[in-house]
Each structure stands twice: as structure tokens, then as C-alpha cells.
Design a protein around this ligand. Structure first.
Ligand SMILES: Cc1cc2nc3c(=O)[nH]c(=O)nc-3n(C[C@H](O)[C@H](O)[C@H](O)COP(=O)(O)OP(=O)(O)OC[C@H]3O[C@@H](n4cnc5c(N)ncnc54)[C@H](O)[C@@H]3O)c2cc1C
Length: 368
């Protein structure tokens, strides 16, 4: 049989597109080279613990978009989790993003909101046009806070000196002069009650899925089996790296089961200092306060950052990457019967709600 759509990738882009196409009466086959559906949002119950672990890092769902919230709620209910991040610096724990509480604790002060601006102004280095991450940070928070919370963490995360990163990377980080310490401000936020994988099970209900199938090993055959291919893999790989490789930051996870009730008292703890090799520790049981877990047991996941273009997680998006991407995108527009979408194919840092929105939009346009 020839399918209307062959979808390469069972992450959010592929699953949403597949679900929409099936709902519109089209025949669909989904393939993924991994042994599971869900892409980087895949979660599973860890052994007998009843603790849901996000295998590719803690995922918090958040959106302001009513339509996307309604759509995702067709496939799951959410708990009321609100994300807060803490960071450890020299054995003390501070709230992130930097806010009035962090500043007061760090300097051992009791500044009021109307005093903090003048205090920081005295700390800031006067750099008229910051040219890189470090200069931007020094001109916004001053040297003490920069060195404590940004310098080491950024070096670990990007494996580069912050002076070699664009100022725009710092501009993306939230920074507050109130006590507001919630990480996201979106109207809707939470964790799916059963984790993320059941969402994909429901989206892909009635759709054939072939796992452990790499597009590149079956390319010709897959194009014969479908009228249109929806490709959600890496765009440079699709074109056999003809114009060179796009750069990706990668992460590596180390999971440990521990015989204790609570390891760190929160879901995500950052580690700011370079002497500690990992960037964060995740403790997933804290994402599900509504659940009962096996007593005296917890799971922790240490996250290490590394540069590895073969295991793409975060687009580096340096100037040379943007130039290469534009050329690949021009090639993509000439491909017949292939649609490109999602984080890897668009080389874009999408959050989940954004990739869902993008898939809904592209599916609507295609299926109209
Ligand atoms: C560590 C981390 C934490 C994150 N935290 C959050 C968060 O808290 N909140 C949030 O909203 N977002 C978060 N995100 C972003 C979220 O993971 C993405 O928005 C989402 O996974 C993108 O979906 P996708 O379908 O585009 O890509 P993916 O999930 O990567 O899916 C692509 C799929 O394509 C498959 N594939 C690739 N190449 C081939 C091939 N050649 N053949 C067959 N199959 C192939 C892959 O195996 C994969 O399953 C986080 C991301 C990371 C890396």
C-alpha cells in the first residue's frame, strides 16, 4: 500500500502531524530510529519506583496559547506543578533566575525593590556596547554576580569562554529585581499526570509506527511507500552534510537510584561552579507531588553538557551556522513531496508548545 504520509520521527512534530493527518482521513505511517516514541520528551516509569523519569532531561510544559493548551489537553491531564530552579554556588543554595531574594542572600542584605536598582548600578561595569556574553553580563549584573552564577555555569554549558559567546545568549536569561522566583510566567503550566509517553500513545492511536528504522537506511523504500515524506530529522544530514555540518550542543545523563526519601528537595538543582563537572541534577519525583512513590527511594539524574554534532540537543546557532542553515533551507524548498519540520529539521530551539503550534500550523496548511 502507498501511504499519503510517511512521517520520519515520532517526537512532538511528527506525532502531532500524524494525528492531524489521520483525523483528516489520510493514511499515515510513522518511523523512528529510536526504540521508542516521544522523541526527546520520552518518559518512563523507572523500575518498580513509580517515579516517572524524563529520559532526555526534565520537561516542563508551559504555554500562553489557549489553542495549544486545549489541543494538548485532548491527550492528557496535567498536575499543578510550577517550575522553580535553584542553583548551588560554593555549597549554598540560591534561587534562579537571579531575583531580589538571590541578590539579598548573596550580599547578605535586605534591599527593598526600590533600592535594588541603585545598588546594582553601582556594581555594573560601564560598557557602552557589550560585544559578548561576558560584557553584557558585567553591564547588567556586575562582576560579583556574573562570576558566581554565570561564568562557570556558562563555561560548562557551552564548553566556551563566555567572551566567545554572543551577547544575545545572556539577553535570553531572565533577571528580576522583585522576589518573583517562578521560572516561567505562562498562563498554563504543569506536568502530564502519567508523564509524556502516554500523550504520544494517544496521539498515535490507530497509526502504524515502525521503531528502530533509520530513514537513511531505508530512504528509497520509504519514499516509494508514501506520497509525501514529513521529515523531522537533522536538515544537514538529510542533504548528506553537502554544505558542512551545523553545530549542536549536546547533553549526557547519568541516572542513579538511591535508597533515600529525598536527595535535594527540588526537581532541578543547577551547579554554578566549574569544580563540579555536571551542570544540573534532576530529581524527577518532585515533578509529581500528586503521586505516591516507593518509600525510601529516589532517582537522581546528573546532566553533563558537551559539544557533539552527532547527538543534537541545542542548536548553537553561531553566525556560521546561520549562513549554512540558510543554504540548506534553500535546498529544502526545492525538494519535491518532502515537508521539513521540528527542532532538528528547522535547526531551531523550540519548546514543546512551540513545536506543537508549528506542527498544527503546517498540518493545517498541508491538509486544507
Ligand atoms: C534537555 C532538554 C530539556 C528540555 N526541556 C523542555 C522544557 O522544560 N519545556 C519545553 O517546552 N521544552 C523543553 N525542551 C524542548 C523539547 O524537547 C522539544 O521542543 C521537542 O522535543 C521537539 O520535538 P521534535 O519533534 O521537533 O524533535 P524530537 O523530540 O527530537 O523528535 C525527533 C525524532 O526524530 C527521530 N529521527 C531523527 N532522525 C531520524 C532518522 N534519520 N530516521 C528516523 N528517525 C529519526 C528522532 O529519533 C526523534 O525521535 C527540552 C529539550 C531538551 C534537549
Amino acid at each position: 500500500m502507498q501511504y499519503d504520509y510517511i512521517i520520519v520521527g515520532a517526537g512532538f512534530f511528527g506525532a502531532v502531524f500524524a494525528q492531524q493527518a489521520k483525523e483528516a482521513g489520510k493514511s499515515v505511517l510513522v518511523v523512528d530510529r529510536r526504540k521508542h516514541i516521544g522523541g526527546n520528551c520520552y518518559s518512563e516509569n523507572f523500575e518498580d519506583t513509580n517515579i516517572v523519569v524524563h529520559l532526555y532531561g526534565t520537561h516542563i510544559f508551559h504555554t500562553n496559547n489557549e489553542e495549544i493548551w486545549k489541543y494538548i489537553n485532548r491527550f492528557t491531564e496535567f498536575n499543578r506543578y510550577q517550575h522553580r530552579v535553584l542553583t548551588t554556588h560554593k555549597d549554598r543554595v540560591y534561587a534562579m533566575p537571579i531575583n531580589l531574594g538571590t541578590i539579598n542572600q548573596f550580599y547578605n542584605l535586605n534591599l527593598k525593590p526600590n533600592e535594588v536598582e541603585a545598588f546594582l548600578e553601582a556594581k555594573r561595569e560601564k560598557i557602552a556596547q557589550p560585544q559578548n556574553f561576558e560584557e553584557r553580563a558585567l553591564s547588567v549584573v556586575g562582576r560579583d554576580l556574573y562570576e558566581a552564577f554565570f561564568k562557570g555555569y556558562t563555561m560548562k554549558q557551552w564548553a566556551r569562554d563566555p567572551r566567545d559567546l554572543p551577547a544575545s545568549v545572556f539577553a535570553r536569561l531572565p533577571f528580576r529585581t522583585t522576589f518573583h522566583d517562578s521560572y516561567f510566567d505562562d498562563k498554563y503550566q504543569g506536568i502530564p499526570l502519567g508523564g509524556y509517553t502516554p500523550i504520544f500513545d494517544r496521539m498515535l492511536e490507530g497509526i502504524p509506527v515502525e521503531l528502530g528504522v533509520d530513514y537513511f537506511a531505508h530512504r528509497e523504500d520509504l519514499h516509494k511507500r508514501g506520497r509525501t515524506v514529513v521529515y523531522t530529522g537533522a536538515i544537514d544530514q538529510y542533504f548528506n552534510y553537502e554544505l558542512g555540518r551545523l553545530n549542536w550542543r549536546s547533553v549526557r545523563f547519568e541516572t542513579e537510584r538511591r535508597a533515600q526519601e529525598d536527595f535535594q528537595g527540588t526537581s532541578v538543582m543547577n551547579y554554578a561552579d566549574t569544580e563540579i563537572p555536571f551542570t544540573r541534577i534532576h530529581e524527577p519525583k518532585h515533578l509529581h507531588l500528586e503521586k505516591t512513590h516507593t518509600p525510601n527511594t529516589t532517582i537522581i539524574v546528573r546532566e553533563y553538557s558537551l559539544m557533539d554534532n552527532d547527538r543534537p540537543y541545542y542548536p548553537v546557532n553561531a553566525e556560521e551556522d546561520r549562513a549554512t542553515l540558510a543554504r540548506y533551507q534553500a535546498m529544502a524548498t526545492k525538494e519535491r513531496n518532502v515537508l521539513f519540520g521540528g527542532r532538528l529539521a528547522e535547526y531551531k530551539y523550540y519548546d514543546m508548545h512551540q513545536v506543537i503550534g508549528s506542527a498544527l500550523q503546517k498540518a493545517r496548511r498541508e491538509l486544507a
